[in-house]
Design a protein around this ligand. Structure first.
Ligand SMILES: [Zn+2]
Length: 333
């Protein structure tokens, strides 16, 4: 089964309707296995200039013992859930459909999965993507926010929580996060952090979050009758590299706000540090075997290297101290 998808030609830029695969049932049609592994899978030609391009559209593969969803593009988690729902609704016309659905971020991951049986040993229930129990994870974001409160900077703690929740609203479902967020808002009173753009007090902002996000506290929707897992890594033997790919897939959206022109260099790095916390939150939220500080530091390092060289040495020193004071991590050049 295929679907129509409007896209622009990468060569001439003209829009046209491509017809990538939507669902492939390889149990009923074993020949479709060759279609997936063929180099011209999902290649579509531009009617205007003839240029042929691969379409990274989401699709589902109905296998005998599991089913695979490939997202193919970056989605926010709630959008991804919608796509997964649409695809599992294509249900093949047979009674022995497997219950397990494994979600892959990129097509390459599925191709590796089809040849590497170890791959599927690392999976996260999709439910954990929706509702993450943060209480079990000692989290650098919480550490940082706690340290800020202890250092009498609740207004900064509030900003950290607000940033994380703004990018990952599902976190609001966690009682612990929600309580600490509201507590930091109360403690902040009328104080404002330098990074704060909003004119209102922390408490006023927190009330708006409460109005908009209270529904996350009682998430009821699920993908019954399927057991849906997310597979964020390529393969166990290539974990670090593959995992980063999975990370980026879900978290790139968090980087956007540092591109705002209102930020100067100094603010930009502070923004990057904030975003690193958000990425770290996303990382833990995605789930890891060992959500370690080492890995988190590596992410911080990775994120602001690009912005670091343009800074004045005094700014660098100040940032180093600021960063180290509540993360314990060092900034390396
Ligand atoms: Zn074209």
């Amino acid at each position: 089964m295929k679907w129509d998808l409007e896209l622009a030609c990468r060569k001439c830029g003209k829009p046209y309707v491509a017809t990538p695969w939507k669902a492939l049932d390889v149990v009923t049609n074993p020949g479709l296995r060759d279609v997936i592994t063929a180099p011209d899978f999902n290649m579509n030609g531009c009617p205007a200039c003839g240029y042929s391009q691969a379409v990274n559209a989401p699709f589902i593969l109905w296998e005998a013992h599991f089913n695979a969803v490939v997202l193919g593009q970056r989605f926010k988690i709630d959008e991804a859930i919608g796509v997964i729902k649409t695809l599992v609704d294509t249900r093949p016309d047979r009674t022995d459909v497997a219950e397990l659905v494994i979600v892959f971020g990129v097509f390459e991951q599925l191709k590796k999965a089809l040849t590497n049986t170890n791959l599927t040993s690392f999976r996260i229930p999709i439910w954990d993507l929706l509702i993450r129990d943060w209480s079990g994870v000692k989290h650098p974001l919480e550490d940082a926010a706690d340290a800020l409160v202890q250092r009498d900077m609740p207004e900064r703690a509030f900003i950290l929580y607000a940033e994380a929740i703004r990018h990952v609203p599902e976190l609001y479902a966690d009682t612990d996060v929600r309580e600490k967020f509201l507590m930091s808002a109360h403690l902040a009173g009328t104080r404002r952090a330098p990074e704060q753009i909003d004119d209102r007090t922390a408490l006023e902002q927190a009330q708006e979050y409460e109005e908009k996000l209270a529904h996350f506290a009682n998430q009821g929707e699920f993908l019954a009758p399927y057991q849906v897992d997310y597979c964020p890594i390529d393969e166990a033997s290539d974990m670090d590299k593959g995992f980063l790919e999975g990370d980026r897939h879900a978290s790139t959206v968090a980087l956007k706000h540092i591109e705002l022109p209102r930020m100067g260099d100094y603010e930009r790095v502070r923004g990057c540090l904030l975003v690193s916390f958000v990425l770290s939150a996303t990382e833990n939220w995605l789930g890891t075997l060992e959500p370690s500080l080492t890995r988190w530091r590596a992410l911080n390092q990775m994120r602001f290297d690009a912005h670091w060289p343009r800074l004045h040495p005094n700014s660098k020193d100040e940032l180093r101290k600021w960063f180290h004071s509540f993360t314990g991590a060092s900034i390396l050049e």
